[in-house]
Design a protein around this ligand. Sequence first.
Ligand SMILES: Nc1ncnc2c1ncn2[C@@H]1O[C@H](COP(=O)(O)OP(=O)(O)OP(=O)(O)O)[C@@H](O)[C@H]1O
Ligand SMILES: O=P(O)(O)OC[C@H]1O[C@H](OP(=O)(O)OP(=O)(O)O)[C@H](O)[C@@H]1O
Length: 220
Amino acid sequence: MPKTRLKIALTKGRVEQQVIPLLEQAGIDCQQLRHKQRRLIFDSKSQPYEFILAKGPDVTTFLERGAADIGIVGSDILVEHQSTQYELLDLGVGECQFVLASTQDFDPRAPRRKIIGTKYPLITKRYFDRLGQDVEIIKIEGSVELAPLTGLADAIVDITETGTTIRENQLQIYDYLQPVSTRLVVNRLALKQQATSIYQLVDRLSAVVNANAKKEVMPS
Ligand SMILES: Nc1ncnc2c1ncn2[C@@H]1O[C@H](COP(=O)(O)OP(=O)(O)OP(=O)(O)O)[C@@H](O)[C@H]1O
Ligand SMILES: O=P(O)(O)OC[C@H]1O[C@H](OP(=O)(O)OP(=O)(O)O)[C@H](O)[C@@H]1O
């Protein structure tokens, strides 16, 4: 029997904050999400969606295992976790960039083997592989900028949006790797079983994303 309620795994934190206004513009009532306190699942009898709030890497796991139908997650996570889910929409929020950054005295062309700190070991390895450089990668869980400042690593690969964290820690950017934004991805089986409701949601969100993009180009 086809499921009636779409389960949407939404990344907690920044992504959630930026996506709620888009969902509301698409006509989805997010009052419960806005006043969530410590709750993690949001279900409303008045609409055909259930929201599951999860960490980004777990959003991909929920989708892979079929515990969610749709995922809303950063492309950084999708690439790093080698997600094979079907991407239906770039939501045009959460836009930032992967960069190589370090202190002023860092020499990216120095011949010795570098130590790189990052939350994203796969993306980092691919980048240095492309450059033909063998590097040692240290996985860091947060405040990655500390690595070159403390001597833990020679440089970092991290995401930056405004550049404030890099600037305020007297670091500089040595290279730009790839852009990042928030994506809507879907479990392939769910897409087969619930195509109509999934495409309805995607069409509504897509209209919102296009309208917002136009507003950015032509501010009123
Ligand atoms: N500075 C940033 N600007 C814009 N988007 C960002 C930025 N940092 C992260 N993101 C996007 O938001 C997603 C989640 O970020 P967020 O900081 O909320 O969670 P987190 O990295 O798990 O941090 P924490 O462990 O502090 O909750 C990232 O996967 C990325 O797509
Ligand atoms: O260019 P900016 O706008 O300053 O943003 C960049 C910062 O945002 C992210 O960290 P986050 O805030 O997620 O904290 P974290 O260090 O705990 O990962 C990222 O890892 C940078 O540290």
